[in-house]
Design a protein around this ligand. Structure first.
Ligand code: CA
Ligand code: CA
Ligand code: CA
Ligand code: CA
Length: 332
């Protein structure tokens, strides 16, 4: 066989192998990262006026369609879930938690404005790998609508782009967060808590609170398995919408939604807040070492070299030595 023919045959063979081999993406389930996320899973004080303030999973209505979630809120399963992810550098673990509500609403009628379908507000923790099993919690950032707020626990962590909103509250080593009623913005201190309060703690069971003053356990779900794997489901009637370029890849900035506005709720990798000109949309989730060290001042050691970042790896934006290639011109 002449060389071009041999080459062609080899390519055809590899394509055939690729087409026949089921691609199983890595999973967080059963890994140390899941243990770590469970170890630091927050205690959630959820302001609650109605069951529209109960946290749940994105497929609470039995499907992965975004624009029927407002409609299905009254009939869907409101068992409690929190989404999580872990990214690791040489010196830190960054744990991201996202809380989903089918509706973001107001005490007044939605005709007066302020409501939208789907709602995802998030927090991120920076854990110093100090040689102990679960490391040492250094700081938390929380998202509330248009802003990200900073809460150091380690006295050596100081303000950066963000001011310090207060000290990080902990309960049994877990961060305590407050989720406002109606709009579900998250803070490290009680803000916008109206009517009742549901206290959620991590557990094995996903429980549904019985009323707006109750305690319930939530189960964890991996962002990587549940949401990131569906990032190509984009467009009206699908899960996501508002694609944007991160590197050379289009990923969706929002959940598909159509009540009281189009596509109003962000994905974990779609937040636009606290960026200035230093960060790209997506960096807070996808490149947390860069984002958090811009938002806050961390003591050394603080590495920007990733040991585990499956998102940048999937986007082919991870260099051989673990650095983000986003904005480096390598694939742009
Ligand atoms: Ca749905
Ligand atoms: Ca809808
Ligand atoms: Ca909201
Ligand atoms: Ca849409």
């Amino acid at each position: 066989m002449r060389r071009p023919a041999l080459f062609l045959a080899t390519v055809m063979f590899l394509l055939l192998i690729g087409a026949c081999t089921p691609v199983t993406p890595p999973t967080f389930r059963g890994t140390f990262y899941e243990d770590l996320a469970r170890h630091y899973a927050p205690v959630i004080y959820q302001g609650a006026a109605t069951d529209q303030d109960f946290i749940t999973r994105v497929n609470f209505d039995g499907d992965w369609v975004g624009n029927n979630n407002w409609e299905n809120q009254p009939t869907g399963d409101l068992s409690a879930y929190v989404y999580y992810s872990v990214i690791e550098t040489e010196t830190h673990w960054f744990i991201f938690y996202s809380l989903f509500h089918p509706r973001d609403y107001e005490p007044h009628p939605c005709e007066q404005g302020g409501c939208h379908e789907n709602d995802l507000e998030s927090i991120q923790l920076a854990i110093l790998k100090d040689g102990s099993t679960y490391g040492r919690l250094q700081a938390m950032e929380t998202l509330a609508h248009n802003d990200i707020f900073l809460y150091p626990l380690d006295g050596a962590v100081g303000p950066g782009y963000l001011k310090v909103d207060g000290p990080l509250q902990v309960e049994d080593g877990r961060p305590v967060i407050y989720v406002e009623t109606y709009g579900h913005g998250i803070r490290g201190r009680p803000v916008g808590m109206r009517k009742g309060t549901v206290i959620y703690r991590v557990g094995e069971q996903a429980e549904r609170p019985s009323d707006i003053n109750d305690e319930a356990t939530y189960a964890l779900r991996p962002i990587y398995d549940d949401l990131w794997q569906r990032r190509h489901q984009v467009g009206p009637g699908r899960l996501f919408d508002r694609p944007f370029f991160y590197g050379l890849d289009l990923i969706p900035a929002a959940f598909d939604g159509d009540n009281w506005g189009a596509d109003k709720a962000n994905t974990p990798w779609g937040y636009d807040q606290a960026r200035d000109f230093k960060l790209h949309v997506g960096d807070w989730f996808l490149d947390p070492a860069k984002a958090m060290s811009f938002h806050a001042t961390f003591p050394q050691p603080f590495s920007h070299r990733y040991l585990f970042n499956p998102y940048l790896a999937d986007l082919r934006l991870l260099s051989a030595n673990g650095e983000s290639l986003r904005g480096k011109g390598a694939r742009e």
